[in-house]
Design a protein around this ligand. Structure first.
Ligand code: HEM
Length: 150
């Protein structure tokens, strides 16, 4: 497990308070995120397009983001989900350098869907921190598997 600094209680509270909005709008957010992400064709090529077109992958990501918001103060609940993400990421060749692309697609997508009034700078800053906290956990575990395979 990576030893990232813990999220502040304020950040956790803001992210947790956004869970109802994510419950209502999570799928619209992840669909918008993929539209932004797939402008880069090298990134798009990592994804199984059938799972995109069926809507399965946007649904899985929306569910993961919602579960993260709800469990941000009890991350041990997410261990099995994190292990599945790590396994799938290693199967599909996701690397540390891909993570900024997802951050740069996800955060504007939250604003696109919720609107600037709901998606305040404070909310987006909290989600940015929360994104990188989870991303660093995933990156650390994925690196261990890539190193073990090398
Ligand atoms: C914190 C960031 C991320 C989260 C929370 C996340 C979450 C997920 C989840 C929940 C799945 C589905 C796992 C399953 O099959 O049950 C998944 C799969 C996948 N993720 Fe991520 N992911 C993140 C970052 C990334 C990045 C940076 C990339 C690369 C650009 C990426 C590419 C993929 C791919 C290619 C799959 C497999 C999808 C398919 O079947 O086509 N993910 N991810």
């Amino acid at each position: 497990m990576s030893t990232a600094a813990a999220l502040s209680p304020e950040t956790m509270a803001i992210v947790k308070a956004s869970a109802p909005a994510l419950q209502s709008h999570g799928l619209a957010i992840t669909q918008r995120m993929y539209e932004r992400l797939f402008v880069d064709t090298d990134i798009k090529a990592l994804f199984d397009q059938a799972a995109q077109e069926s809507g399965e992958q946007p649904k899985r990501l929306a569910a993961a983001i919602l579960a993260y918001a709800q469990n941000i103060d009890k991350l041990q609940n997410l261990t099995p989900a994190v292990e599945r993400m790590v396994a799938r990421h290693v199967e599909t060749g996701v690397k540390a350098e891909h993570y900024p692309h997802v951050a740069n697609a996800l955060l504007p997508a939250i604003r696109d869907v919720l609107g600037a009034e709901a998606a305040t700078d404070e909310l987006l800053a909290a989600w940015g921190e929360a994104y990188w906290f989870l991303a660093n956990i995933l990156i650390g575990k994925e690196r261990e598997l890539y190193d073990a395979a090398a």
